[in-house]
Design a protein around this ligand. Structure first.
Ligand SMILES: Cc1cc2nc3c(=O)[nH]c(=O)nc-3n(C[C@H](O)[C@H](O)[C@H](O)COP(=O)(O)OP(=O)(O)OC[C@H]3O[C@@H](n4cnc5c(N)ncnc54)[C@H](O)[C@@H]3O)c2cc1C
Length: 305
């Protein structure tokens, strides 16, 4: 017998080959390792199947796309509707004229390794970001002074009806950790620009980024990356530090000692612990500095009870 709060959606789903898993626990998917079930988790075989699925599923059932959950706090009550995750059928990479055409399910680290193998510079910053290309497009992911927008040529996305759209940089409307494409559109691939470079120089840059990250960020912990966006002219971590929040705890969630814009699941934290800790940090920073920090981490799903 299912203990899920959600009824089954399977009888309403179009006939597809991709995997449909009922009530899959999202804590197994997210970096924080918290989060309730997806009413239905769908992993499509390929883009054609996904397009067919979107065109034939009931429009009343909501759909949420996730990557590898490295920027997500999924609440303990889970996600109603369909949760879409792009898997193996969306990881192809092809090089033409110093550009890489890449599936949105590919990991950023694999994009940077592939670029190195093909003597292409410009992708090194992706080597330290633990998400997928789809998540990088949505978040305009960036590090060390470069963002996805700096290498972006075009992307292919599906709208909620399964219609294919080719997107230019103007369409994307990139800004700090944000793009302007509607939240219910799904990126399926992108073309990203590199430049010819010596593979040893690229590998050295990748190694330098890895070392620097490991010494300054809790990359081996259950975390969601930077919790709050840097307010204009400020660094979120400094404001958090000045408000005395380094090491602050709520339940089993803790502000990282190593980098205080990172929250950590220290063991068996709930999403409620982590979100409450984030809210506590927000209110202490507001009291100390008058600045309201804005969440960078996406909080999705339902609260329990
Ligand atoms: C240790 C650590 C370090 C990090 N360092 C950095 C960093 O240096 N720079 C940085 O920018 N980020 C960083 N992050 C945050 C995170 O890795 C990025 O935001 C990443 O781009 C998220 O990708 P994801 O696949 O995990 O997406 P998710 O976290 O699964 O989703 C994030 C958002 O993207 C959307 N999304 C995902 N895939 C698609 C798709 N195919 N189509 C449409 N929407 C999609 C989701 O709906 C959601 O809104 C870090 C995170 C961790 C845990």
């Amino acid at each position: 017998m299912s203990i899920s709060p959600f009824p089954s959606l399977l009888p309403h789903m179009p006939d597809v080959k991709g995997r449909l898993s009922e009530f899959a626990l999202l804590s197994k998917t997210t970096w924080f390792q918290v989060g309730g079930p997806a009413q239905l988790l769908y992993k499509p075989e390929n883009a054609d199947e996904l397009s067919y699925f979107l065109a034939h599923k009931p429009t009343s059932i909501p759909l949420t796309t996730i990557g590898v959950g490295s920027n997500l706090l999924v609440r303990d009550g889970g996600i109603e509707g369909i949760v879409l995750r792009l898997g193996k059928g969306f990881t192809d990479m092809v090089v033409t004229n110093n550009q890489i055409q890449i599936g949105s399910g590919a990991l950023d680290i694999n994009a940077s390794l592939f670029a190195c193998q093909h003597n292409l510079g410009g992708f090194e910053f992706l080597s330290g970001i633990p998400g997928t290309i789809g998540g990088a497009l949505r978040m305009n992911a960036g590090a060390y002074g470069r963002e996805i927008k700096d290498i972006f040529i075009s992307a292919i996305a599906l709208d909620p009806k399964g219609k294919v759209h080719k997107l230019t940089i103007e369409d994307m409307g990139f800004s700090m950790r944000h793009c302007a494409i509607p939240q219910d559109w799904i990126f399926i691939s992108a073309i990203l620009q590199g430049y010819e470079d010596d593979p040893q120089i690229i590998a050295d840059k990748n190694k330098h980024i890895k070392n620097q990250r490991e010494s300054t960020q809790p990359v081996k912990s259950r975390t969601g990356g930077s919790t709050f966006v840097n307010p204009k002219g400020y660094k979120a971590w400094e404001l958090i530090e000045q408000a005395g929040c380094r090491g602050l705890r709520f339940g089993n969630a803790m502000v990282s000692d190593l980098h205080c814009n990172f929250l950590i699941n220290t063991g068996d934290a709930t999403a409620h612990d982590i979100e409450s800790l984030g809210q506590l940090v927000q209110s202490r920073v507001l009291d100390a500095s008058g600045i309201l920090l804005e969440w960078e981490i996406k909080r999705i799903g339902q609260r329990l009870g």
